[in-house]
Design a protein. Structure first.
Length: 196
């Protein structure tokens, strides 16, 4: 085993985070070990500690990178001068694209965050709640503007996010449609279900 060999312009840390995400999906955060990660990265376990302190730091880094990306996106979408329904569609497309293109880290941040240590666990939990509230506020605005059917906004957000979480099975499928087709189908179903 030698130096970390990355692809393209990926930093060593990004490469380690990608490998850690895959390992956390395969083994689960609790069962994954730094020794196992060193093996998949292709270096000695002792060398891995030059880049990262422990697996808790890896989980923290993965979860908050994803959370920050989604918070930045919803903030930029909220500021756009378009209809509420268009904002929701843009946000849903962003979710789908992240599940297609960055599946491992999004999956880990969605399923393994409960293993974060404090104070990060509470912080991340609060960020998740705040994000869902912002998303629900968009739906409530769409209802007020008469663009969206009357419904419970929090329930709608929960259903939409769980539907997008189901993209996990698309990744496992042997015969699958393209990521773009998947995105279009999901938008037709989810946005179509909101329209008044």
């Amino acid at each position: 085993m030698g130096r970390i060999k990355t692809i393209d312009n990926t930093s060593r840390k990004d490469f380690i985070l990608k490998k850690a995400s895959s390992l956390f999906i395969e083994k689960g955060f609790k069962a994954a070990s730094m020794r196992g990660l060193a093996e998949v990265v292709g270096i000695e376990a002792a060398s891995l500690y030059n880049h990262i302190k422990n697996k808790n730091e890896l989980l923290h880094e993965i979860c908050f990178r994803v959370a920050n990306r989604f918070h930045e996106k919803i903030e930029s979408i909220e500021a756009e001068p378009c209809s509420t329904l268009e904002k929701i569609e843009k946000l849903l497309r962003f979710h789908v694209q992240n599940m297609v293109l960055h599946f491992e880290e999004v999956y880990v941040s969605d399923r393994e965050w409960k293993y974060l240590s404090e104070p990060y666990l509470s912080n991340f939990h609060n960020q998740r709640k705040a994000y869902r509230k912002r998303f629900a506020s968009l739906i409530e605005k769409g209802i007020l503007d008469n663009e969206i059917k009357k419904m419970d906004a929090a329930t709608a957000v929960l259903i939409m996010l769980h539907a997008i979480g189901g993209i996990e099975s698309w990744h496992r499928s042997k015969q699958k449609i393209s990521g773009k087709e998947l995105e279009e189908n999901i938008i037709v179903i989810l946005v179509g279900g909101l329209k008044k």
